[in-house]
Write a protein that binds this ligand. Structure first.
Ligand SMILES: [Zn+2]
Length: 481
């Protein structure tokens, strides 16, 4: 009879990007002695910054702070421009200068938060966001700051057991502290479906090519250990990708994308990958470079890198940096994926994923995360074979977040196990009911992997009950698979 398969789920976080903070012209009161020419240059630079021409903005603001070193707003915008070109340390220094000159500019605090986050200093980032919330409780960036605090605090908690960061050639220990999963050889090539994004606001055709390129970069890094194939049929795919401009599909406001990986006792089994086509809140367009970073990061998760690197240069760093410099895998990224797949199979035998720690990534109050937490409770109850209660948990998980495909899978697992138990204790009529419910779900999901065993079990039970004609029908179905 079929055995309970431990289906689990994982969720990964992405952190916020820098938001442009150019000052409204009318709000800026330059310090005395600043010439009209400098004010004019400031306005031109602010236009550059608003239009995300960071290099030009940075050149102009750099010039202004040399001419007028006590111009606080110029330091703020210089810092923001520097973040745009990836010069985070220099940006930090400018933002600190701005706040020391003019402590009543709450937006600097928010910008400081993003800067610390991009530099990997999570504690300082949380602190800056909290100061911003206190200074401007109704500010534009309040939702982003709140979301970032939640995400960063859970990330800090998640990595609290790790020793202090040491530079090494890979970060396998950092990304696998909640357990190790990879795609098993038997499921390769991994079949990938990319849903066309036509009609999704903000989507551009180049995005699909960027996503494919991102898959290929990790495949190349695995040195032949990961093999992929694309399909146009979502039902044939183990990895399903789609585009959205709706942040509510994701587990936190501050995400750029998300990968939900569903493993079973063989390894990774399926993945849903979502990429945002706009920046959260602002709804402004994302650049190709930014999409590339998000895609690389999410594909890394999809291939089994469950956690995050603590080094800001790596693709698997927890924050997606907004600048366009050095987009691609680092040697540490490449070494890490290779190490994961080069590890002997025996090492994976006893690797269980710590669901409670994995599920707390992202914002715990989001519908998706609440659904995942409820699902995790169901999985634990299922292990105790309390089928009615497990079903109740799964049904609730589904109500909270109806698009949760892996919860459906778990309901199927629950019924098949329940049916198996009933059959093993001689309750054949009841077994038929449960096995049929399970088969119904698996057929809807086109699950060719588990369906044969269940059909076989059902035909055995039907024969026990001497319902021969039904058994023959099921056997015919089995043969047609
Ligand atoms: Zn992530």
């Amino acid at each position: 009879m079929s055995r309970v398969k431990k289906l689990a789920c994982c969720l990964f976080i992405l952190l916020s990007s820098t938001v442009c903070l150019a000052q409204e012209d009318s709000l800026v009161r330059p310090p005395s002695g600043v010439t009209p020419q400098t004010v004019s240059l400031f306005n031109k630079a602010a236009d550059d910054l608003n239009s995300k021409r960071y290099q030009e903005a940075s050149d102009k603001f750099g010039q202004i702070v040399r001419i007028a070193p006590n111009f606080a707003e110029a330091h703020l915008n210089y810092g923001t421009s520097l973040q745009g070109i990836g010069a985070y340390k220099e940006a930090l220094s400018e933002l600190r200068t701005a706040i020391s000159m003019k402590p009543d500019m709450p937006n600097v605090l928010y910008s400081l938060g993003t800067c610390y986050q991009n530099l990997g200093d999570l504690k300082a980032a949380i602190n800056a966001y909290k100061q911003y919330l206190r200074a401007e409780p109704r500010g534009t960036f309040v939702p982003m700051a709140q979301s970032s605090i939640t995400v960063l605090e859970t990330e800090l908690q998640r990595t609290s057991g790790l020793s202090s960061f040491e530079d090494s050639s890979n970060y396998l220990a950092e990304v696998t502290q909640n357990g190790m999963v990879r795609w098993p050889e038997s499921r390769m090539p991994i079949r990938i479906y990319i849903k066309p994004g036509d009609g999704v606001p903000g989507y551009r055709p180049a995005f699909a090519a960027i996503l494919r390129q991102s898959f290929q970069e990790w495949v190349d890094a695995s040195r032949g250990k990961i093999r992929i194939a694309y399909t146009n049929d979502p039902q044939q795919a183990a990895v399903k990708c789609h585009w959205t401009n709706n942040t509510r599909e994701l587990s936190t406001l501050s995400e750029g994308g998300q990968a939900i990986v569903v493993p079973d006792n063989l390894g990774a089994r399926s993945t849903t990958l979502v990429i945002l086509t706009v920046f959260p809140l602002s709804n402004s367009l994302v650049s190709d470079g930014y999409v590339h970073r998000v895609c690389l990061h999410e594909v890394g998760h999809a291939f089994g890198l469950y956690g995050h690197s603590r080094s800001p240069e790596d693709a698997m760093f927890g924050t997606i940096r907004p600048d366009e410099r050095g987009i691609g895998l680092t040697s540490r990224d490449r070494n890490t994926i290779y190490s994961l797949y080069a590890m002997p199979a025996e090492k994976f035998a006893n690797q269980n994923i710590n669901m409670s720690r994995v599920a707390m990534s992202g914002d715990p109050s989001s519908p998706l995360n609440r659904s995942i937490a409820m699902n995790a409770e169901g999985v634990e109850i299922l292990k105790q074979k309390n089928y009615p209660l497990a079903l109740q948990k799964f049904e609730t998980a589904l109500q909270i977040y109806p698009a949760n495909e892996f919860v459906q899978s778990n309901i199927a697992v629950c019924y098949s196990s329940w049916g198996a138990d009933e059959a093993n204790t001689g309750h054949y009529e009841q077994a038929v009911v449960y096995l049929k419910k399970s088969i119904e779900i698996l057929e809807l999901q086109h699950d060719k992997e588990r369906l044969p065993l269940l059909l076989k079990n059902l035909s055995l039970v039907l024969r026990k009950l001497q319902r021969t004609s039904e058994a023959v029908q099921i056997e015919a179905k089995l043969k047609s698979l």
